[in-house]
Design a protein around this ligand. Sequence first.
Ligand code: ZN
Length: 200
Amino acid sequence: MTIFEEVKELVDVPTAACHYGVEVHHGNMAICPFHHERTPSCKLYERNYHCFGCGAHGDVIRLVQELFGLTPMEAVKQINSDFSLGLDARRPPDRADTLLIQRKKQERKAYAKWEHHAFEVLKDYVWTIRDWGRQYAPSRPEESQDARFVYALHYAGYAEYIANEFMLADKEERLSMKEDIERIEKEIKELAGESHRGIN
Ligand SMILES: [Zn+2]
């Protein structure tokens, strides 16, 4: 694999586009950075982009070249450094590099999958707690309190806090919240699945 191929393997077009400030909308449709438009007509695929408005087309290296006015090699170096890929442009890659590249790619995929899951868990957490706070509130003062209501009461602030923290955090910080997110997921599952009356 050449360093050009390696870069294309490691960094997909939507990831790079987001990183460099291209406005990406639903379905990986982006506001084209190469012509003036208000509604997105530049489709981002994993390995390529294509603008239905102006016809701009290329891979991740071309994207970075065009965005910053670079040569292909300069674009490769830019991506290598911005995404901390650790590729060495001077040395021809050997089999060990290829394996390392594959491992890095798998790690990136695994992380992306977990990150997506964690976002879902935290989003659910906030909404579930809001629901529980309303839905299971005792209608009369003498009524015993539902465990879900009690939980909602205790954790409403925390839920908003941790969801917000996660949103603002970088990769390392997000990973450091993994145990909390697993615990939250378990607590919510357990509470949602049990019978709850009788806590007073
Ligand atoms: Zn365009």
